[in-house]
Design a protein around this ligand. Structure first.
Ligand code: FMN
Length: 130
């Protein structure tokens, strides 16, 4: 999981896909943080992405960095604990301009039943489950 999180940080931007009815939705994301042994992302409850995950928590992300692409497929589970939100904001202080742990909007979610696949044109895929 550490390797997955580090890859997401190295890539800088990943693309998070959700489902809305029968329509895939995708957008750029950047937050990735390990807290209590789980891989978390951050968003705002006002966003469509948050509403889509509430209706269907299945998600997949993709990032590309130095010839390798990573896909992480799984379920995104909200952690509604203040300490989980605080840990994310500490990891991304720049978010504090727009978010606070207790603002009722900040949301952190962790991957459950995740399958991470590192792929490239030159190597066999590497699969990590967490
Ligand atoms: C490089 C980059 C990184 C981003 N990272 C995040 C992020 O980690 N969390 C988030 O909620 N929005 C992030 N955003 C903003 C979302 O992409 C944007 O709010 C998007 O519209 C949300 O998807 P939605 O419109 O389907 O709700 C990022 C945008 C960019 C350009």
């Amino acid at each position: 999981m550490e390797k997955v999180c580090q890859f997401l940080k190295d890539a800088g931007t990943y693309y998070l896909a959700t489902v809305e009815g029968d329509q895939p939705r995708v957008r750029p994301f950047g937050t990735a943080h390990i807290f209590e042994g789980r891989l978390y992302i951050q968003t705002g409850k006002v966003k469509e992405v948050s509403k889509q995950l509430a209706a269907n928590p299945k998600a997949e992300l993709c990032a590309f960095y130095k010839g390798t692409w990573l896909r992480v497929a799984g379920t995104l589970v909200e952690d509604d604990r203040l300490e989980a939100r605080e840990a994310m904001l500490e990891a991304y202080p720049s978010l504090k301009n727009r978010y606070a742990a207790d603002d009722g909007n900040t949301q952190v979610l962790y991957f459950q039943d995740a399958t991470a696949t590192f792929s490239s044109f030159t190597k066999e895929p590497e699969i990590i489950k967490f």
